[in-house]
Design a protein around this ligand. Structure first.
Ligand SMILES: Cc1cc2nc3c(=O)[nH]c(=O)nc-3n(C[C@H](O)[C@H](O)[C@H](O)COP(=O)(O)OP(=O)(O)OC[C@H]3O[C@@H](n4cnc5c(N)ncnc54)[C@H](O)[C@@H]3O)c2cc1C
Length: 438
C-alpha cells in the first residue's frame, strides 16, 4: 500500500473503492499488465457486513490468485444453512452438492484487507484515506477528482485515466452523478440492523447448538429465522458472532439510531432460537451498525469509459449471500471487457454493452432468488433464463435448494422451469427437520 507516495496524475484505469469488487477488478487488471490506481476512502482493515460466503466464490478467488491467502488465514468453514421460516425448519449441507472447497464465515475487515493487499502485491497503486468526489466522463481521458486525507491534512487533487471503475459500494458514486439509482418495490425495501456478540453458542448441521469455543472443530451453519416480513441471521466466526435483523424500512423509519439499537437488542431477546444462542453473551456496542433502504439498482452501468460494479451497480436483500459473489463476478467480466478494450479501443462500446448485459443478468438472477414474487418486477426474465442455462448445474442446484428454504422461491423456480431446467435432486437435498436442540 502506498502510504506517503504522491498520487500519479495519469493511469490506465482508476478504481474507486477497495472492497471485494474494487480490489478484485484491480488485481485482475494488474495481472494483465494494466496500470491501475485504486483510491479508497477508508483505511483498511475497515468494518463491513456480509460474512457468509458460498463455495462459488473460490473460482473467482482462483482467477485473481488470492485463494492461497484466504486458505492460510484460517477462516471458519461452514457446513451449510438452517432456516426456520414461518416455523418450518429446513437444512442444506454443502457437502451433499459435491463442492470440493468450503463455504466460509469471514470477518469482513480481515477478508477485505487481505484482498486489497493482494491487489497491491500485484502492482496496483493503492491509496487509502482518499475520497473520490466526482468523475468527469465527457472526454476520452476522464478526470477523477478526490480529497486526499492522508497525514491529517486534506488536499484536493485530480487524476486522468482511460477507464473509471466505480466500486464504491452503497455510496454508488456514479449512479448518484447520473441520478440513475432506483429503489425496488416498497414492500421489499428493507432496513438492516446488526451487531457482534462474544461467546455466543451457534447452530451446527445436526440442529444442535455448540459453545463458541467449538467453532473451529464442529462446523457451524449460517442460521436464519424469519421475522415478521423480514429475517434474522446468526453467523459464527472465530472471535464473535454476527447477528442481524432485516425488517421492512417502514417499521423503523421514525426511530433514531439509539432507538433502533434498543429495538434491535429487544427483538433478539424474544426471537425464537436466537434468544437462546445469545444467552450469557457479551454484546459489543461499537459493532452496532445499520443499512437503510438497501434494495436498489442503477439503470446505467457501463459506457465507453466507465463501469459500475458490485454494490455500486445494484444490491438485493442478502438472504442468499450473493453480495461478495456478485462483486467478484462483476469484477471478472469488467476486467475482461476493459482488458480487451485497451487492446482495441474500437470495441469499447461493444464490450461495455456486453458487460452491462452480464451484470444485469446476474443481478436479475440474484433478485429473483432473494425477493420472491417481488423479485421479477423490473427484471428482464429472458436475460435471467439465459443466465440460468449457463450457470454450472451444481451451483444452480444449490441456489434452487436454498431458495426452497424460504417462502420466497416461487418466482425463481418458475424461471428455472421456463428455462427448461429440471433438477430433480434439488428437493431431495433440502432436508426438513422436526426440531432444533438448542
Ligand atoms: C445487512 C447486510 C448483510 C449482508 N450479508 C452478506 C453475506 O452474508 N454474504 C455476502 O456475500 N454479502 C452480504 N452482503 C453484501 C456485501 O456486504 C456486499 O455486497 C459487498 O460488500 C459488496 O462489495 P463492494 O466491493 O461492491 O462494496 P463494499 O464492500 O461496500 O466496498 C466499497 C468500498 O468503497 C469505498 N468507498 C466508498 N465511497 C468511496 C469514495 N467516494 N471514494 C473512495 N472510496 C470509496 C468504501 O470505503 C468501501 O471500502 C450483506 C450486505 C448487507 C447490507
Amino acid at each position: 500500500m502506498l502510504i506517503n507516495a504522491s498520487i500519479p496524475r495519469r493511469c490506465d484505469v482508476l478504481v474507486i473503492g477497495g472492497g471485494p469488487a474494487g480490489a478484485s477488478v484491480a488485481a485482475l487488471l494488474a495481472k494483465q499488465g494494466v496500470e491501475v490506481v485504486l483510491l479508497e476512502k477508508a483505511n483498511h482493515p475497515r468494518p463491513q457486513v456480509g460474512e457468509s460466503l458460498i463455495p462459488h466464490v473460490w473460482k473467482y478467488a482462483d482467477l485473481s490468485g488470492v485463494s492461497p491467502l484466504i486458505e492460510q488465514e484460517g477462516f471458519v468453514a461452514k457446513a451449510g444453512g438452517i432456516t426456520v421460516w414461518n416455523g418450518k425448519i429446513h437444512r442444506i449441507a454443502f457437502s451433499e452438492f459435491g463442492f470440493s472447497r468450503p463455504a466460509l464465515h469471514v470477518e469482513r475487515d480481515v477478508f477485505d484487507d487481505l484482498l486489497l493487499k493482494h491487489a497491491a502485491s500485484l502492482g496496483v497503486s493503492v491509496f487509502q484515506q482518499v475520497t473520490v468526489r466526482e468523475a468527469e466522463l465527457n472526454s476520452d481521458t476522464p478526470e477523477v477528482t478526490y480529497l486526499d486525507r492522508r497525514g491529517g491534512d486534506t488536499a484536493a487533487g485530480g487524476i486522468h485515466c482511460r477507464f473509471v471503475i466505480d466500486a464504491s459500494g452503497s455510496s454508488a458514486l456514479l449512479a448518484g452523478q447520473f441520478k440513475s439509482k432506483q429503489l425496488v418495490d416498497s414492500r421489499m425495501r428493507f432496513l438492516s440492523l446488526w451487531g457482534h456478540f462474544k461467546g455466543s453458542r451457534y447452530v451446527a448441521a445436526d440442529g444442535r447448538s455448540y459453545p463458541a469455543s467449538e467453532v473451529g472443530k464442529t462446523k457451524p451453519v449460517t442460521f436464519v429465522t424469519s421475522f415478521e416480513d423480514g429475517w434474522i441471521w446468526h453467523i459464527a466466526m472465530r472471535q464473535y458472532a454476527s447477528v442481524g435483523l432485516v425488517i421492512n424500512t417502514d417499521r423503523a423509519r421514525a426511530m433514531d439510531k439509539a432507538e433502533r439499537e434498543s429495538f434491535f437488542l429487544d427483538t433478539l431477546k424474544t426471537a425464537p432460537y436466537v434468544d437462546r444462542l445469545l444467552e450469557n453473551t457479551e454484546y459489543l456496542p461499537d459493532s452496532f451498525s445499520q443499512r437503510p433502504d438497501y434494495s436498489y439498482y442503477s439503470t446505467r452501468l457501463c459506457g465507453e469509459n466507465f463501469y459500475c460494479i458490485g454494490d455500486a451497480a445494484s444490491f438485493v436483500d442478502p438472504i442468499y449471500s450473493h453480495g461478495v459473489l456478485n462483486a467478484f463476478y462483476n469484477a471478472s467480466i469488467t476486467a475482461l471487457a476493459i482488458g480487451e478494450s485497451l487492446k482495441d479501443p474500437s470495441y469499447r462500446s461493444r464490450h461495455a454493452q456486453l458487460c452491462e448485459n452480464r451484470i444485469r443478468q446476474f443481478y436479475g438472477f440474484s433478485r429473483s432468488l432473494a425477493l420472491g414474487e417481488f423479485g421479477g418486477d423490473g427484471v428482464d426474465a429472458e436475460l435471467v433464463r439465459r443466465f440460468m442455462r449457463q450457470v454450472p448445474a451444481l451451483e444452480l442446484e444449490l441456489m434452487l435448494a436454498a431458495s426452497a428454504m424460504s417462502e420466497r422461491s416461487g418466482n425463481f423456480h418458475q424461471l428455472a422451469q421456463n428455462a427448461g431446467l429440471h433438477l430433480p435432486a434439488t428437493r431431495a437435498r433440502t432436508h426438513f427437520m422436526q426440531e432444533l436442540m438448542l
